[in-house]
Ligand binder design. Structure first.
Ligand code: 3HC
Length: 287
């Protein structure tokens, strides 16, 4: 059976969530986005408001398209009001398994039986969450990239519990969102892209911790020698050093392997609250 998705809920309005919601609204879906942190939700409302206007001023969006997107996107006050009649929920909250499992259990109670529950997690496979719900066949990974309004890729992961109908519906939504979806036929840590990202990042952090070069010069080397649009430290500032920290910690908890622990530099930045662009300081200063 081909499942039609019209209403999307995005839970988490941070770095990724608000832009995923905006992409969906721009593509004609009816979207509700929420966050349990009022500051984050307020910033998302402000960002979206400015964005529609700026895109029109820049000639990238017609007045009509901006108006439609604005109307399609509602910032909702609670998970209940965002998700109660959604066909698809995309979770984009903190990268902590226990918190995601609690949210999915709540969503399972709130949402209609047909609703697909997708996680935008960077590393956590949906099989670790699915038994918190009563609908394993409808729980999958749908992974966007930062900044989600710009980056084309969406990784869709079909763990062995996920039905073909679910995958088909999620791939169709990604395509309608003007993204390029790729399908992974099995779950693997880091999916595709974050395996490459992590390898580059590990090497960059190792070189920095060894005192071989400054983070600025490592970024310059990667951009000018490999043609990457951003160096690994600039990218960590963009995606969030808190995300990098939690990701390393989740992997370490899972494996118990000390090699999976975050590097001293990541721990230091995380502890100081220097989490990157979103707080004004990370490896670089954005104040
Ligand atoms: N949010 C929304 N739009 C943004 C943006 C942001 N934060 N930053 C830039 N843009 C848009 C601009 O509006 C502009 O749009 P337009 O051309 O349609 O007007 C376009 O992107 C280009 O912007 P700029 O000219 O200002 O800057 P750049 O050309 O340097 O591009 C970039 C910025 C798109 C961020 C580019 O540097 C890039 O591609 N960087 C690499 C990003 C990347 O690798 N992302 C993946 C991270 S890994 C990940 O997300 C996985 C997760 O699990 C950790």
């Amino acid at each position: 059976m081909n499942m039609e998705i019209n209403k999307i809920a995005v839970i988490g309005a941070g770095n990724m969530g608000h832009q995923i919601a905006m992409c969906a609204a721009l593509s004609g879906f009816s979207v509700r986005c929420t966050d349990n942190n009022a500051d984050i939700l307020g910033k998302a409302v402000q960002f979206a408001d400015n964005y529609w206007t700026e895109r029109v001023n820049k000639g990238k969006l017609t007045e009509e398209a901006a108006k439609a997107a604005r109307e399609n996107l509602v910032f909702a006050p609670s998970v209940q009001s965002a998700a109660e009649d959604a066909d698809l929920v995309i979770e984009a909250i903190i990268e902590k398994l226990v918190i995601k499992r609690t949210l999915f259990a709540e969503l399972d109670k709130i949402c209609p039986a047909h609703t697909i529950l997708a996680t935008n997690s960077s590393y956590i496979a949906s099989s670790k969450i699915t038994d918190a719900t009563s609908r394993p066949d409808k729980v999958c990974n749908m992974h966007f990239f930062n900044p989600a309004l710009v980056m084309k890729l969406v990784e869709v992961v079909q763990g062995s519990h996920v039905s073909d109908e679910t995958v088909e519906a999620v791939m169709t939504v990604a395509t309608k969102m003007n993204k390029t979806p790729v399908l992974l036929h099995k779950e693997i840590y880091g999916f595709l892209v974050n395996r490459f990202l992590q390898a580059t990042r590990q090497e960059a952090l190792k070189l920095l911790d060894m005192g071989v070069a400054s983070h600025e010069d490592i970024d310059l080397a990667v951009k000018n020698g490999l043609g990457y649009p951003m160096g690994p430290f600039e990218l960590m500032d963009l995606t969030g050093i808190d995300l990098a920290y939690h990701t390393y910690m989740e992997k370490y908890k899972d494996s118990g392997d000390p090699a999976d622990r975050p590097s001293p530099t990541v721990v230091e930045k995380f502890t100081k609250g220097e989490w990157g662009k979103k707080v004004g300081k990370g490896f670089y200063d954005y104040s």
